[in-house]
Write a protein that binds this ligand. Structure first.
Ligand code: DC
Length: 212
């Protein structure tokens, strides 16, 4: 079975998808981590975002393993590095590149063919798994999302004000929603869950009830 959870940054997708997967005994798939790892690989090669063909070719050469507890790039543990502000800022190099998306969609489908998954991202219910049995669009108000992200960043020792986080988030939302390939949009048959004021457990309970 495939359950997709799409939605904007800061809606709580990762935490909720992970908890839901654990509850159901499914594999949790963090597809954003794949885009982040490709961007990091490009940075390590000294490429920049305008070198789109080189980044497509590079994607075909690297090995990215996304497991529940970590991410390996060519065998190197990059779990923490892919979450740094630098990599976050450059992840659009991968996410806006149709040739990269094509390959990552393939990676994701291959995993979905062999396992029960809760797959989290932006295009999981629309592009990658249009026939998924359960599709969720998880969201929250921009202010609530920025508050949560500022809290997460602070926990990692990076202090940014909520206003700064909100400004970056607005930019990222716009980029995610307006990319020509795999934009952030709710699938027509997705159920929207708004997480403002709900605890993680309440959100997971609500979604679990929607699983056929
Ligand atoms: O979920 P995240 O913040 O780790 O995602 C990082 C970036 O990758 C984000 O800007 C959107 C993009 N992304 C995407 O385009 N498609 C996905 N399936 C997952 C993430």
């Amino acid at each position: 079975m495939i359950i997709t959870i799409d939605g904007p940054a800061g809606a709580g997708k990762s935490t909720v998808a992970k908890a839901l997967a654990q509850r159901l005994g499914f594999r949790f798939l963090d597809t954003g981590a794949m885009y982040r790892a490709v961007a990091l690989a490009a940075m390590r090669r000294g490429l920049d975002g305008s070198q789109t063909d080189e980044i497509v070719a590079l994607t075909g050469q690297i090995e990215v393993i996304v497991e529940e507890d970590g991410v390996l790039l060519d065998g190197d543990d990059v779990t923490a590095e892919i979450r740094t502000p630098e990599v976050t800022a450059n992840t659009h190099w991968a996410a806006d590149n149709p040739g990269v998306r094509e390959q990552l969609v393939e990676w994701q489908r291959r995993i979905g063919e062999s396992e029960n998954i809760v797959s989290e991202g932006r295009d999981q219910g629309t592009v990658v798994f249009p026939d998924a049995q359960c599709k969720i669009f998880l969201t929250a108000t921009p202010e609530e999302r920025a508050r949560r992200r500022a809290r997460d960043l602070a926990a990692r020792g990076e202090t940014l004000s909520e206003a700064e986080v909100l400004a970056q988030q607005t930019q990222r939302d716009h980029r995610d929603q307006s990319r020509s390939c795999g934009p952030l949009v709710a699938a027509k048959d997705a159920v929207e869950v708004i997480t403002d004021g709900l605890s993680q457990e309440e959100v997971v309970d609500r979604i679990a009830k929607l699983v056929p």
